[in-house]
Ligand binder design. Structure first.
Ligand code: PEP
Length: 252
């Protein structure tokens, strides 16, 4: 069975105390609701990773990073390496978020190198991709998504896919309040799974958790998560509020 995952991407929000407070509240809510069968993930900003890991102790909350540089070390001012993340206990890293692609010029090629660093370091990645509004309007969304996955991930050996979680995030739905319909999400997730099956095998594609991201809220989560190829969500805005985030986890 595929892992069900709800991951909160906090982006550049929450200082040290706010991060600890949110994790404390989330711990309480998870305990109260007994949310056993889902991986619950939060991604605070780099400087708050250590304190967040400490705050999440004795709970099922996994603290992950929002990005990572592909090099081992060196003259890369402002960047963070796999070794640095591992040294504080990080096991998972989000890569390829549309904001990284848009504002920091990340490309399929640079992301392929980051994914290689993930695999070489025995880390896991939540790998994000998704089409722009213009791609959907011109009905190029399947081709765009296929090329994003192929360019960044199809050089991997089948075995490496155990370290990959996919997050389909149509850019037009991120932070806009406009979400893909459950049918649109299912259609794309099924396409992604079949693309992986064609390249690798059913055994590989069946095991890949594919998360949906883009304005997921407690009110729409249940319908989206009810679809057979949607294995959870990557949540932005609603992950900053404990009631909303817990509502989304419960929806799974
Ligand atoms: C995101 O940034 O990954 C995201 C899905 O944001 P939001 O939920 O706010 O649309």
């Amino acid at each position: 069975m595929r892992a069900k995952i709800v991951a909160g991407n906090w982006k550049m929000n929450n200082d040290k105390d706010e991060s600890k407070e949110l994790i404390k509240d989330l711990k309480k809510a998870i305990k109260k609701e007994g949310l056993k069968n889902t991986r619950v993930i939060v991604a605070p900003t780099f400087v708050n990773l250590s304190s967040s890991i400490k705050a999440a102790r004795k709970s099922k909350i996994e603290v992950v990073a929002q990005n990572m540089h592909q090099s081992k070390n060196g003259a890369f001012t402002g960047e963070i390496s796999a070794d640095m993340l591992k040294s504080i206990g990080i096991k998972t890293v989000i890569l390829g978020h549309s904001e990284r692609r848009t504002y920091f010029n990340e490309t399929d090629v640079s992301l392929a190198a980051k994914v290689d660093a993930i695999i070489a370091n025995d880390l896991e990645t939540i790998f994000c991709f998704g089409e722009l509004l213009e791609d959907r309007k011109s009905e190029n969304h399947f081709a765009v998504v296929e090329s994003q996955i192929a360019n960044a991930l199809f050089h991997l050996e089948a075995d490496a896919w155990k370290s990959i979680v996919l997050a389909y995030e149509p850019v037009w739905a991120i932070g806009t309040g406009e979400t893909a319909s459950a049918e649109q999400a299912q259609e794309m997730h099924a396409f992604i799974r079949s693309t992986i099956e064609k390249k690798y095998s059913k055994k590989v594609s069946d095991k890949i958790s594919i998360l949906y991201g883009g304005s997921v809220k407690p009110a729409n989560a249940k319908e989206i998560f009810s679809k057979p190829d949607v294995d959870g969500g990557l949540i932005g805005g609603a992950a900053l509020n404990v009631a909303d985030f817990t509502g989304i986890i419960k929806a799974i």
